[in-house]
Design a protein around this ligand. Structure first.
Ligand code: NAP
Length: 459
């Protein structure tokens, strides 16, 4: 087998390389996960919860190393301190609600009958994770899957392959057996062969639409349930009654944070004509205050994109839009660290339309297009003119208006006056090409368990 290489966006060096498993070794690994599942599920729920919490505590103890490795692997500036806030909040929430979310539902408990619905672990859960929020996207499934009594196999993105190693280290040190949680390095054909061979009882795939389609094809005919958390092209809509400064601040942060590499990042903005000029002017000032640079430099608020090929996509979409009449408002010369490679200056485009890919296809980078709209109807039409359906961010002072618009927006989440945020108590889900299924919240436990009905009669 040829090694899989992790090329660092910081300096283009090979930061790590690992040999992928052979298919035979991968099959043995999956068999070990299956053999370990029933004994794991037989442990008391409180014990599984305690072990998972200890695993995350161990990860926190590795914070310095994790933050440094994240910068090397995917370019996130160290000043942001990794993903610990979200990792801890989501773990705590999912651990806190586990007992209730997994509790049986008693229908009848009488002298004649006991009838109830229990929730049973699915078996072996396979997580295929992306590099953009490599810890957060993994723990969304890892935590509830282990707590519910599944064993877990994790195949992390090649770009962030050390994340899986760190999680395994932390969880094994907590006392979670090696076969209960395995981190593996797999190439695509082996991944697909395992799925096609019914090695898993649930697959959570977070990544691109194309990757999701490949996983769905691999699973065809096996009836393996899939959770598919795929791409997005999330809109922001600023109504005439919006708080302008708050809208600029949150939507620009949503567009630019993590170099725009957030599944629910803001990729297109529609602004009511009465606020348009002021919104654009303030947004340009906001973006010009960013500092692009080496992620280890404390001054850097914008690091390189995770890989030069991702920056190439954004450059191509931007150039194509400009050739079609879009106007760039940020002077790349104001960002001297832009090297034509992974380091990419942020950009705001106006005079854009939905004839341009930058307004319809996922960019996944620090570029955002802004359009003027006349009213809610025009904004709704444009927000829904997308193959994706992850989130929409509506800016208004009125809950009822936001909810009424939200009911007509084709997305998994509707925000009012916030963006680019996952609430662990709410279901993380999408529609259209963004995929299907749901993680987090009590419904996240439904994805990793199945209902089992007990109909017990005394005769
Ligand atoms: P990706 O290229 O699809 O890869 C995601 C993961 O799937 C990686 O582990 C990758 O492995 C693996 N993979 C891809 N194609 C595969 C195949 N044919 N067979 C087996 N494994 C395969 O996506 P990415 O570039 O890492 O992530 C960015 C994408 O994820 C964006 O589209 C973003 O919107 C989406 N995303 C969505 C959410 C959400 O909640 N909806 C959250 C985060 C990210 P290798 O790395 O080894 O190729």
């Amino acid at each position: 087998m040829t090694p899989i290489q992790l090329i660092s966006p910081v300096d283009g060096s090979v930061y790590a390389e690992r040999l992928p498993m052979t298919l035979d070794a991968a099959r043995s690994m999956a068999a070990a996960a299956r053999a370990a599942q029933k004994p794991w599920a037989a442990r008391p729920l409180a014990e599984r919860i305690a072990l998972v919490r200890k695993g995350i505590a161990n990860l926190n103890a590795m914070k310095d190393r994790v933050v440094e490795e994240l910068a090397w692997q995917m370019g996130r500036p160290t000043r942001f301190g990794g993903e610990f806030g979200g990792v801890n909040a989501r773990t705590d929430y999912m651990a806190d609600i586990a007992e209730q979310a997994l509790a049986l539902v008693m229908i009848e408990d009488s002298a004649a009958f006991r009838r109830y619905i229990a929730r049973e672990a699915l078996g072996v859960v396979f997580i295929v994770a992306p590099w953009n929020y490599p810890y957060l996207t993994t723990i969304n499934t890892l935590i509830p899957a282990l707590i519910a009594g599944n064993t877990v196999v994790l195949k992390h993105a090649s770009q962030t392959m050390l994340v899986g190693e760190r999680l395994a280290e932390a969880f094994h040190a907590a006392g979670i057996p090696a076969d209960v949680f395995q981190n593996v390095v797999l190439d695509h054909p082996t991944t697909e062969a395992l799925i096609a061979g019914r090695a898993f009882n649930f697959v959570n795939f977070t990544g691109s639409v194309r990757g999701g389609q490949a996983i769905e094809r691999a699973a065809a005919g096996t009836f393996t349930p899939l959770g598919l958390e795929l791409g997005g092209k999330d809109p922001g809509y600023v109504r005439a009654d919006a708080n302008l400064d708050a809208a600029v601040d949150t939507l620009m942060d949503g567009a630019m944070f993590n170099a725009g590499q957030c599944c629910c990042g803001i990729e297109r903005i529609y602004v009511h004509e009465s606020l348009y000029d002021a919104f654009v002017e303030k947004s340009v000032a906001w973006v010009n205050a960013l500092t692009l640079g080496n992620p280890f430099d404390a001054a850097s608020t914008l690091g390189p994109m995770a890989n030069k090929r991702f920056a190439d996509v954004v450059r191509a979409q931007t150039a194509e839009a400009i050739a079609m009449g879009a106007r760039p408002l940020i002077d790349p010369k104001a960002f001297p660290a832009d090297d034509g490679g992974a380091y990419l200056a942020p950009q705001i485009l106006v005079n854009v339309s939905h004839a341009m890919r930058v307004m319809t296809e996922e960019s996944f980078g620090p570029v955002v297009g802004i359009m003027k709209v006349r009213d809610d109807a025009e904004a709704l039409r444009l927000m829904n003119d997308s193959p994706y359906g992850l989130t929409a961010s509506i800016w208004t002072q009125d809950y009822d208006t936001a909810a009424a618009l939200g009911a007509q927006v084709e997305t998994g989440t509707v925000y009012m006056n916030r963006a680019d945020y996952l609430d662990p108590a709410l279901c993380w889900t999408g529609c259209k090409d963004t995929g299907r299924g749901g993680s987090l919240s009590f419904l996240g436990y439904h994805s990793v368990t199945r209902p089992k009905s007990y109909h017990l009669k005394k005769v």
